[in-house]
Design a protein. Structure first.
Length: 229
């Protein structure tokens, strides 16, 4: 089984400053990257897409407006949205004090970025370089992967983050049906080996229950539960 590590290129142990706030890497492997973002009140990311990766957004604090090319939707914590490759989207903080969210990239590739509109003059510009980096602060969260049948727990604003490694899905029964589950490693597969729930997917516990009635779990699965405290 592939080891998951936080040691990844130039984004390890730094905060990337953005005109709308900041972000930092929580953990990354060769197949998935998990980032923490803070967006200042009234600020928003560019209208952008990732042509070759899927993106999961988990809002853990505040209220956000998620914009697309022709419409938008509101998201309130704790909630999630999955974004397919190539879908243009932006995130705007609507709450006093801004918003905090987790962004999941599969596969991890910060240069896979196309900006269409941007309030800060970054249209068609690449991802921020070393000049936008500063050291991590003490309140930044690094996710560690536990041993089998163990858990690591963290707090991010008004949400609890619980990381577990399991070989059966019984521990998930401890959580509410609408608690969010992010798959970090492994997943659920069809009898032919096709993934029906894979790394980077964010679903509710009730969705996993429904899939597990028919499809088997991989040998092991690492997931993160995101729920209100």
């Amino acid at each position: 089984m592939q080891e998951i590590t936080t040691k990844t290129l130039e984004y390890t142990d730094v905060i990337v400053e953005k005109p709308w706030g900041y972000e930092y890497l929580m953990i990354q492997s060769s197949t998935i990257g998990i980032w923490a973002l803070h967006i200042n009140e009234g600020s928003q990311t560019s209208l952008h897409c990732h042509p070759r990766k899927k993106t999961g957004l988990i809002l853990v604090h505040g209220e956000a407006q998620i914009g697309f090319l022709n419409n938008s939707t509101m998201l309130r914590a704790v909630n999630k949205l999955m974004i397919r490759p190539g879908l243009f989207h932006s995130t705007k903080a609507m709450s006093p004090g801004g918003i905090d969210l987790i962004e999941v990239e599969t596969p991890p590739d910060k240069v896979n970025l196309v900006r269409l509109d941007d309030a800060y003059g970054r249209v068609e510009q690449p991802y921020e370089g070393p000049e936008s980096q500063k050291p991590l602060s003490d309140d930044c969260i690094h996710l560690d992967i536990p041993t089998i049948c163990d858990r690591n727990e963290y707090t991010m604003k008004s949400a609890s983050l619980i990381v577990e490694r399991v070989d059966v899905l019984t521990p998930l029964k401890l959580y509410k049906p609408d608690d969010l589950i992010l798959v970090i490693e492994g997943g659920i597969f069809s009898r032919d080996g096709e993934p029906v729930l894979s790394e980077g997917d964010v679903v509710t516990r009730s969705t996993i229950d429904r899939l597990a009635d028919t499809f088997p779990l991989s040998e092991e699965m690492v997931y993160m539960v995101v729920r209100e405290k």
